[in-house]
Design a protein around this ligand. Structure first.
Ligand code: TYM
Length: 327
């Protein structure tokens, strides 16, 4: 069994991009591997936020993950701040991470360009991410494509730390690999950028059916299809990408044929997608309601998850401190 770790920020609703890029894979992997999943609230404070809001969103993210199929009975699910070893290892890794590597990170450059003054926490964000993963000595990290650069940095940090403090015999930290899926990069409804909360182009996993439809109806399709009678190219259409993720193989085939022959207009195609999505999303919404109705049980599950995580994290840190002469 290999050790799997992944995390998600509580920076807003769990959306279809998160689900198809990462969380659906978490659900599949938890059955076969030793999986540890984390809601990374300490990453979320690297941009301006309101404390009460963060508390609420953290909880909602946990509810959404469980509703989506992450099973705290099968895997370890916890909130990052409940395991202080994450920040200890983060500090340690800061001492082996070249500044230039951090300044080169695309996500840092993007986020920094949107802010008036940039805090050191935003720059060090991927170092905390490396600490998250390596604290559990995980070798597989199920993520979407946008996290690949951060994962490369985690590998680099593992290599540098190993070279200094574990040069004898086996490397102490494995070099973690990104586990990607065919749906590694889901585009937003505008068809312009990846689906992302900050772009306002998402569909929430818990969104009611009518609200999903309000978003699907005006969503971007093949730009060459101006009139209903224009034949389309499914492969370049964002809606077709979602069909491939949510519809049955027969439905996907029907959609492709009717698009190419202009048998259907884009609205017809979107109606079928809406029904397919409802098949997946309705049970998730129902489960979320049930979970949210028993908050004490949720607290117990999170406490048990954090305890399990701390056992592994604590053992790693004993070894790390010893090898570094800070025990
Ligand atoms: P975050 O919270 O932005 O996203 C969570 C996961 O969803 C994936 N994702 C997508 N996949 C496909 N298409 C999209 N449009 C899309 N949008 C998001 C992300 O790739 C991610 O897998 N830095 C991380 C959180 C993190 C982490 C970690 C991840 C902190 N520590 C340790 C893995 C391991 C982030 O901001 O993800």
């Amino acid at each position: 069994m290999s050790r799997i770790f992944s995390g998600i920020q509580p920076s807003g609703e769990l959306h279809v991009g998160n689900y198809l890029g990462a969380v659906r894979n978490w659900v599949a992997l938890q059955q076969e591997q030793d999986c540890i999943f984390c809601v990374v609230n300490l990453h979320a404070i690297t941009v301006p936020y309101a404390p009460d809001d963060l508390r609420r969103r953290t909880r909602e993210m946990v509810v959404s993950l469980i509703a989506a199929g992450v099973d705290p009975e099968v895997c370890t699910l916890f909130v990052q701040s409940a395991v202080p070893e994450h920040t200890e290892l983060n500090w340690i890794f800061n001492t082996v991470t070249p500044l230039g590597e951090l300044e080169r990170q695309t996500q840092f450059k993007e986020k920094a360009s949107r802010q008036e003054s940039v805090m050191a926490g935003l720059l060090n964000y991927p170092v905390l991410q490396a600490a998250d993963i390596l604290l559990y000595r995980a070798d597989g990290v199920p993520v979407g494509e946008d996290q690949v650069q951060h994962l490369e940095l985690s590998r680099e940090i593992a290599r540098r730390w190993n070279a200094r403090f574990a040069s004898d015999g086996e490397p102490f930290f494995p070099e973690p690999r990104a586990l990607l899926t065919p749906t590694r990069r889901i585009m937003g409804l505008d068809g312009q950028a990846k689906m992302s909360k900050s772009m306002g182009n998402t569909i929430g996993l818990l969104e009611p059916a009518d609200s999903v439809w309000q978003k699907l109806r005006p969503a971007m399709t093949d730009p060459a299809r101006v009139r209903k009678t224009d034949p389309g190219t499914p492969e370049i259409c964002n809606i077709y990408q979602l069909h491939r993720a949510f519809s049955t193989p027969d439905e996907v085939e029907t959609v492709a044929v009717n698009c190419r022959t202009a048998g259907w207009g884009c609205i017809d195609c979107k109606k079928v997608l809406h029904e397919s999505m409802e098949r997946t999303l309705l049970p998730i919404r129902r489960r979320a309601e049930e979970i949210a109705a028993t908050p004490a049980r949720l607290d117990e599950m999170l406490a048990a998850g954090a305890e399990r995580a701390r056992t592994v994290a604590g053992a790693t840190m004993v070894e790390v401190r010893d090898r570094m002469g800070i025990a």
